[in-house]
Structure formats: structure tokens, C-alpha cells
Write a protein that binds this ligand. Structure first.
Ligand code: AR6
Ligand code: MG
Length: 299
């Protein structure tokens, strides 16, 4: 793959994530339905993209994922009106008061959060470390622990980051699934991957996807759902998003994770220009993608 194409895939992934988030946000919490996304008004992103931006900026500044620095960036740039998960807001408030990170996460939930908050923001890690799976997975864990220390919350981030890194290089379909499966550590996700393969092998209704893979805020009920959306509909950005929002539930985050993959696959050229024109912070996110691309070449 030439450099220009690879850079466009970096752009497609981050801008895809931001579009998936902001296009999904109006449908968050609704029951399943035949919804269609709408780009006729300005598109505002939520916590998913805000945290992705903070993480990406911290990686660029530090040239690495340093959990303390990532936590600092999350706190410094926090806009509490962006729809953060309640656990994440509480953890960040405790860290701000001086409580050490891992202690703070366990004060909120006994073993830390297994929400999808670490997975939804992790795409920059998959982009920067795409060349080295071991480094990519370790960095995903470091990017999770400021807010998500539960093994399932972390595993969700590992899976999304590795997917981004692989799709970026053109690995899709069955090869993508089998590499991901080899890197799974938890029984819960192993079970979900069995279901994923079963559902992809046949005609599957939206209701069956919701029932068996989930449409909720937990990592285990959204990460594999977003992979399904990408693997089934990823040759069209529009179809990926419309499928994600039609599920109802955590539409913005499932949309963000699926669209980070579809964007990495289709490149910036595969994203709808009339939506990009209306996306909040379009230029800022584009620049971040370019800077991550340069950093990935350097590391
Ligand atoms: N024990 C019990 N419940 C839990 C646990 C646990 N260990 N972990 C998570 N939950 P949170 P997020 C439940 O708050 O992952 C936003 O809309 C609990 O109900 O850590 O950062 C984002 O955009 C908890 O409040 O948030 C995402 O879409 C919830 O899972 C979504 O929320 C979410 O975990 C999750 O963001
Ligand atoms: Mg959100």
C-alpha cells in the first residue's frame, strides 16, 4: 500500500469514528427501529470522540501511551455535557482529587468498569502501533486503565485496537476474525466470537443480532456487535451507520467503533462528504490523523 493511501486510511478511521458517534448520538437509548442517519444539520460529537481526541493528542505529545498523561488529558479537556458514562465521570473526578488511578477505578466498581468506554476511544492506538501486535495490545491496555481496569473493559479495547490495526493493512473477513480470536483472553469474548461467526454465516435478523451480540453499554454487548456491523456492511459507510443506529441502544458508541473500522477500510474517500462538511472539529481530527500517521512512520 502506498503512503498516500495509508494516510487516507488513518484519516478515514478517526473521522469515521467521529461521524459514527455524532450520527448515532440522536438515536442513543431508543428501541430498535428503521432509522436513517441525517446530515442536514451540524453534527456534534459526544464523549466517544472527545476521549479519542484527548487520547490521540496525548500519544502525539508523549510519543507513547503513558496512562498518567492520558488521564491528565481526559481531565483537562473534559466537557461533562458530552454524555460520559457515569462511572467514567466518577473515576476522573477521583483522579483529579489526587487518588491514584487504579485505586480510583476500583472505588467506583469493585473490579473496575467493564463498560465500552475504553474500546470506543482506542482507535488511535490501533493506528499508531499497527505494525507491532504486541506493542499495540500493551498500549491498548495502558490506554484503558485510566478509567477501565476490569479485564472485559480492557479486552474490548484490545479487540477494537487490533481490529483497526489489521483493517488498516487490508486484513478483513475470516482472516481478521481468526487473528482476533488468537488474541482473546476472556471466556466471555470467546463465546461472543463463536456467535459472531455463526451470525455472519447466514441470513440474520437485526433482532437476532441484538439478542445474541447485544446493543448495550457493556464491552461484551457492543464491541462484537460493531465488528459484526463492519464485517457485514463495511463496504458502505452509509450502510454500516444505518445498521448500527437501527439497533437502538448504545447507537453512538457502536456506530463509532464500527465506523472507525469501515473508515480504516474505505479511506477518507469512502466517507460521505456532505456529512464531513458538517462535522464538529473536522479539521482538528484530520490533523490528528495526519500527525498519528507521521508518528507511526517514526516509531
Ligand atoms: N459492575 C457493575 N456495573 C458496571 C461495571 C461493573 N464492574 N462496569 C460497568 N458497569 P461506565 P463508559 C455498568 O460508567 O464505559 C456513554 O454513553 C454501569 O451501569 O464506566 O465510559 C459512552 O458513550 C456503568 O454505568 O461508562 C458509552 O456509550 C455502565 O456499565 C457508555 O456510556 C457504563 O460504564 C459507556 O461508557
Ligand atoms: Mg457517547
Amino acid at each position: 500500500m502506498n503512503k498516500a493511501e495509508l494516510r487516507s486510511r488513518f484519516r478515514g478511521s478517526l473521522l469515521g469514528l467521529a461521524l459514527g458517534d455524532s450520527l448515532g448520538a440522536p438515536f442513543e437509548g431508543l428501541p430498535p427501529g428503521d432509522y436513517r442517519f441525517n446530515c442536514s444539520k451540524p453534527l456534534y460529537y459526544t464523549d466517544d470522540t472527545e476521549m479519542m481526541i484527548n487520547l490521540a493528542e496525548s500519544i502525539i505529545e508523549q510519543r507513547d501511551v503513558l496512562p498518567e498523561k492520558v488521564a491528565e488529558a481526559f481531565i483537562r479537556n473534559l466537557n461533562p455535557y458530552r454524555g460520559y458514562g457515569p462511572g467514567t465521570l466518577s473515576v476522573l473526578a477521583l483522579i483529579q482529587k489526587g487518588i491514584p488511578m487504579e485505586q480510583a477505578t476500583r472505588m467506583v466498581f469493585p473490579n473496575g468498569s467493564y463498560g465500552n468506554g475504553a474500546a470506543m476511544r482506542v482507535a488511535p492506538v490501533g493506528l499508531v502501533f499497527y505494525r507491532d501486535t504486541k506493542q499495540l495490545l500493551e498500549a491498548s491496555e495502558k490506554a484503558s486503565i485510566p478509567t477501565h481496569t476490569h479485564p472485559l473493559g480492557i479486552e474490548g479495547a484490545r479487540i477494537v485496537a487490533l481490529s483497526v490495526g489489521l483493517v488498516l493493512q487490508g486484513t478483513e473477513g475470516d482472516s481478521l476474525i481468526s487473528i482476533l480470536e488468537r488474541n482473546i483472553k476472556t471466556e466471555d469474548f470467546r463465546r461472543k466470537f463463536k456467535l459472531l461467526k455463526e451470525l455472519l454465516s447466514k441470513d440474520t435478523s437485526k433482532n437476532e443480532v441484538i439478542e445474541r451480540l447485544g446493543n448495550g453499554v457493556l464491552a461484551t454487548e457492543s464491541v462484537v456487535t460493531s465488528l459484526y456491523a463492519f464485517l457485514r456492511y463495511g463496504n458502505s459507510f452509509e450502510e454500516t451507520i444505518n445498521f448500527c443506529i437501527s439497533l437502538g441502544g448504545d447507537t453512538d458508541t457502536i456506530g463509532a467503533m464500527a465506523a472507525a473500522l469501515t473508515g480504516a477500510s474505505l479511506s477518507l474517500e469512502g466517507l460521505p462528504p456532505h456529512c464531513l462538511n458538517r462535522l464538529e472539529d473536522y479539521e482538528r481530527i484530520l490533523t490528528l490523523a495526519d500527525r498519528l500517521f507521521v508518528l507511526a512512520e517514526d516509531l
